[in-house]
Write a protein that binds this ligand. Structure first.
Ligand SMILES: Nc1ncnc2c1ncn2[C@@H]1O[C@H](COP(=O)(O)OP(=O)(O)OP(=O)(O)O)[C@@H](O)[C@H]1O
Ligand SMILES: [Mg+2]
Length: 288
């Protein structure tokens, strides 16, 4: 056999073996590859009930949010996605007649019991649907949080601003106009500015409520790529109505319906083999 024939034969052997193994797996005679080890739990929601007055918006919701992963919340309008997201940094505290029962922990500590809310909001940052820079310069937008934490030294603030804008993928676009108003940026740039503002205080968790729904397709891709970059350092929870987005960026997806968490599973599993018929009905567009 010449060299080329040998190579071909070796390739054929490898192919035959791979096919055989795939077949065995299909037939259930061989264990499939071990699932990737799970990251530790960063936040945990346990038996959460939430009421706006008489209306129960969340019903016995329990979910674990894992460290350095992107967890997406999906489900039809009004199913409670934003409500649950806001519970994770106690934004619902400000809503009149809003009452919760159950428990939410961050690194094991109950955030509703003896927890400093200012500290919580530093640890669990939020990015909203509509980019909402403060009416001040780009620099001041990003320096706002660190200043609030007592950092006054200008050189230190400069360093944080550069680091945060770089982390948000915006530095090169704005480094020569840091004194200009944040409101003068494009929508996509404003959203990345808001992400820079959120990460400037070094949170552990970043909540994003439909962060790209007000953005054009190119800015959407940029924010999605950024989210995947950010999960190396942060834990992300993203609400989205965009199923492609959920499947592109998430490690796991939670499907909600009428205030209930129907199913939470690794992304591929939830989309390709949902366990609950309500999930498949939603995914195939039968309602929602
Ligand atoms: N501040 C509030 N006061 C009273 N009811 C509210 C309040 N916010 C939300 N709700 C109600 O709670 C339920 C869940 O709302 P939520 O905003 O969490 O849904 P959602 O899944 O985020 O929907 P969407 O996809 O439209 O953003 C809805 O019935 C909504 O009307
Ligand atoms: Mg919402």
């Amino acid at each position: 056999m010449n060299e080329m024939d040998q190579e071909r034969s070796a390739t054929a052997d490898v192919m035959a073996q791979a096919l055989e193994e795939a077949h065995k797996r299909e037939m259930g005679t061989m264990p499939s590859q071990a699932p990737k080890p799970e990251n530790p739990i960063r936040m945990s929601v346990e038996h959460l009930d939430l009421y706006y007055g008489d209306h129960q918006a969340l019903k016995d919701v329990s979910i674990d949010i894992r460290d350095r992963e992107i967890t997406s919340f999906i489900g039809p309008s009004g199913c409670g996605k934003s409500t649950l997201l806001r519970c994770l940094n106690r934004m619902n505290d400000m809503v009149k007649d809003c009452r919760i029962e159950g428990k939410i922990t961050l690194d094991g500590d109950d955030i509703y019991q003896d927890y400093n809310v200012t500290r919580l909001r530093q640890q669990v940052g939020m990015v909203f649907q509509r980019p909402n820079p403060f009416p001040m310069s780009i620099f001041d937008n990003v320096a706002y949080g660190p200043r609030g934490l007592g950092i006054k030294n200008h050189a230190e603030l400069e360093e944080i601003v550069e680091e945060s804008l770089t982390g948000a993928g915006l530095w090169d676009e704005v480094k020569d106009k840091l004194k200009q108003s944040g409101l003068g940026l494009s929508g996509g740039q404003q959203q990345r500015l808001c992400i820079a503002r959120a990460i400037a205080v070094k949170p552990q968790v970043l909540l994003m409520d439909e962060p790209t729904s007000a953005l054009d397709p190119i800015s959407t891709v940029m924010v999605e790529q950024l989210a995947m970059e950010l999960k190396k350092d942060y834990t992300l929870v993203v609400v989205t109505h965009n199923m492609q987005q959920a499947s592109r960026i998430s490690d796991s997806v939670a499907f909600f319906l009428l205030g209930e968490l129907v199913e939470h599973a690794p992304t591929e599993e939830l989309f390709s083999a949902p366990k609950d018929s309500r999930t498949s009905d939603y995914l195939t567009g039968r309602f929602g």
